[in-house]
Design a protein around this ligand. Structure first.
Ligand code: AMP
Length: 439
C-alpha cells in the first residue's frame, strides 16, 4: 500500500516568537544601552547555562512559588538528572558565584547578564513562554546604597532608551527576625476571611502566607487592601535599611511610590523589594480608536541576603534586579521611539559583464575593509535594475564597473542625487569615496 504523503508545515511553539530582521535594531539598542550602563557602573558580564538542576530553583525561589510550581519547564536528561529551563536569573548567578569561588573577586561582585528565560504561562500581549531579561546582581555587600544604585540603573537604562512615565513601587519585606511576627498577624487576618479567598490562596494560607499578598485575583486583591502592613512590623535593622534606601533614591531623584503590599512571591527575598512600572496612555484599535491607560511591569528585583545560605553556602548578602526586554521593546514601538537601522549602505556597487563582476567582488572587499558600508545586487545583470536597487537603498553614490572600466582600470562614480558621473582610477577610488562621503 502506498503511504499517503502528509504535507506538514511547522509553526513556532505557543508563546514563542521569531525576532525578525526588521526588529533586530530594537534588540541591539536595548542590549547596547544595558551593557553600556552596566559597564559604566563597573559591572562584569556573567553567562550561566540556560538549564540548571531543577532543585536549584525549588530551593531558592521556593517549591510553592508560581514560577517553580506552575511555570517551570522540567525534564529528565538521558543520564537521569532532573533539569529545568531557567525561569529566572538570580539562582543561576548565585550558584555560579559560589561554585566558581567568586568570593575572591573585588567585593562586592557586580555582575550583569542578558539572555532568554522560560516560563510556562498563558501567552498574551507582553507575556511569552520564552522571553528575555537583562539583569544585574551585586553580591557580597549588605549596604542599602547598592539597593538604590541598582534601582537607579534600571531607571537610567529605561530613560536612556527614551521611555517615559516610569514609576518604581518599593517595599521592604523584612528579614527572618521581623517576618515571623508579621506572618502571624497576616495569617490571623486571612483566616478570618478564608472563605473569600481563591483556591490558590487557600493553599498559600497554609503553605506560604506571605504569597497571599502576591495574588492578582480580583477577590484576593480586595482583601489585600486591608491586610496588615509589613512596614509597620520591621525590626530596627530592616527599618533603618529601608529608610536609607529611600533617602538614597531621594538623593538620586528617582521617582518612587511606597507599596506596602508588594512582596514579589519568591522565598529568597529579604528587605528591599521593588518593581518598575510604566504607565501611559496610548491609542488602540483599527477604525474605532480608543485611548487606553495601561500599567505595565517592566522589571523588578530586591535584596536576597539569605539566598547563598539557602543554597548551602556561606553568608553572602546580595541585591539584584531584572527587566523584561520584550516589554521594553513593545513600549519603544508604542511610544514611537526612533532607532537607527543597524546597517545602511553609503555606496552601491553596480557591475556589468563578467570582468566587471569579478573586479567588483574585489572592490567590495576593499570598501568593506575601509569601513565604507557597501550595497550590492551581484545577482542582477541589468544596470537599470541595479540602479533602482541603489535608489531604494538611499545611497549617495553608486560605483559602476563594466567591461570597459575593468580593462581601463577605472570606476565610474555616480552622484545619485544630481546624476553626474566621473571616472576615477581604481587605485584611488577608496580614498576618494571616503572623502566624498565625509562632505
Ligand atoms: P519577574 O522575574 O517575574 O519579576 O519579571 C521581571 C520582568 O520580566 C517583568 O517585569 C517582565 O517585564 C518580564 N517578564 C516576566 N515574565 C515574562 C513573560 N512570561 N514574558 C515576557 N516578559 C516577562
Amino acid at each position: 500500500m502506498a503511504t499517503a504523503k502528509i504535507k506538514k508545515t511547522y509553526q513556532k511553539p505557543k508563546g514563542t516568537f521569531d525576532i525578525l530582521p526588521e526588529d533586530q535594531k530594537y534588540w541591539e539598542k536595548v542590549r547596547k544601552v544595558f551593557k553600556h550602563i552596566a559597564l559604566g557602573y563597573g559591572f562584569d558580564r556573567i553567562d550561566t547555562p540556560i538549564f540548571e538542576h531543577a532543585d536549584l530553583f525549588g530551593t531558592s525561589a521556593g517549591e510553592t512559588s508560581d514560577i517553580v510550581e506552575k511555570q517551570m519547564y522540567v525534564f529528565k536528561s538521558k543520564g537521569g538528572d532532573m533539569l529545568a529551563l531557567r525561569p529566572e536569573g538570580t539562582p543561576g548567578v548565585m550558584r555560579a558565584f559560589m561554585e566558581n569561588g567568586l568570593f575572591n573577586m573585588p567585593s562586592p561582585a557586580k555582575l550583569y547578564y542578558l539572555g532568554p528565560f522560560f516560563r510556562y504561562e498563558q501567552p498574551q500581549a507582553g507575556r511569552y513562554r520564552q522571553f528575555h531579561q537583562a539583569g544585574l546582581e551585586v553580591i557580597g555587600d549588605k549596604d542599602p546604597i547598592y539597593d538604590a544604585q541598582v534601582i537607579n540603573m534600571l531607571v537610567i537604562a529605561a530613560e536612556e532608551l527614551g521611555l517615559k512615565n516610569l514609576n518604581i513601587e518599593i517595599n521592604s519585606i523584612g528579614c527572618n527576625k521581623c517576618r515571623p511576627a508579621f506572618r502571624t498577624q497576616l495569617v490571623r487576618y486571612y483566616r478570618a476571611r478564608a472563605a473569600k479567598l481563591c483556591k490558590d490562596c487557600k493553599r498559600r494560607l497554609k503553605e506560604n502566607p506571605m504569597r497571599l499578598l502576591d495574588c492578582k485575583e480580583e477577590k484576593c486583591e480586595q482583601l489585600k487592601a486591608h491586610a496588615p502592613n509589613l512596614i509597620d512590623h520591621l525590626c530596627e535593622e530592616c527599618h533603618d535599611h529601608f529608610k536609607c534606601v529611600l533617602e538614597y533614591l531621594d538623593e538620586l531623584e528617582v521617582p518612587y511610590s511606597l507599596n506596602s503590599h508588594l512582596v514579589r512571591g519568591l522565598d529568597y527575598y529579604t528587605k528591599t523589594v521593588f518593581e518598575l512600572f510604566l504607565e501611559d496612555e496610548h491609542v488602540e484599535g483599527g477604525s474605532e480608536k480608543t485611548h487606553q491607560r495601561s500599567r505595565l511591569a517592566l522589571g523588578g528585583g530586591g535584596r536576597y541576603d539569605n539566598l547563598s545560605k539557602m543554597l548551602g553556602g556561606r553568608d553572602v548578602p546580595a541585591m539584584g534586579a531584572g527587566v523584561g526586554m520584550e516589554r521594553i521593546i513593545g513600549i519603544m514601538k508604542r511610544q514611537s521611539i526612533k532607532v537607527a537601522p543597524l546597517w545602511k549602505p553609503d555606496v552601491f556597487l553596480v557591475q556589468l559583464g563578467v570582468l566587471g563582476k569579478k573586479k567588483c567582488l574585489k572592490l567590495f572587499e576593499e570598501l568593506r575593509k575601509a569601513g565604507i558600508a557597501t550595497g550590492e545586487a551581484f545577482g542582477k545583470d541589468s544596470i537599470q535594475a541595479q540602479l533602482r536597487s541603489a535608489d531604494r537603498a538611499g545611497v549617495k553614490l553608486s560605483l559602476i564597473l563594466g567591461q570597459k572600466e575593468a580593462i581601463d582600470g577605472v570606476v565610474i562614480v555616480r552622484d545619485m542625487e544630481s546624476g553626474s558621473q566621473e571616472a576615477i582610477a581604481m587605485e584611488k577610488v577608496v580614498k576618494i569615496i571616503k572623502d566624498k562621503l565625509k562632505k
